[in-house]
Design a protein around this ligand. Sequence first.
Ligand code: SF4
Length: 76
Amino acid sequence: PAPMVDEKEPQAVALGYVHDAKRVDKAKFPKYAPPQRCAICQFYQGAATLPTAPCTLFAGKRVAGPGWCSAYVPKA
Ligand code: SF4
């Protein structure tokens, strides 16, 4: 499987990506609100029940279902 996104890689830092939405920096990203998370984001390339899946925004990498970034868009 594709490697996980590293929270410290530049794109992850730029988007505020974290593996666990509980750790979102709410001061920096006030738009975050539960239950937002990767698993129910439009860019999550897998079933919401999968613990990890590729994300369209992070080419060749996987993100965590419970994760979050500021590009979050709810699945239609
Ligand atoms: Fe997670 Fe969506 Fe951000 Fe990708 S775009 S890291 S699936 S919140």
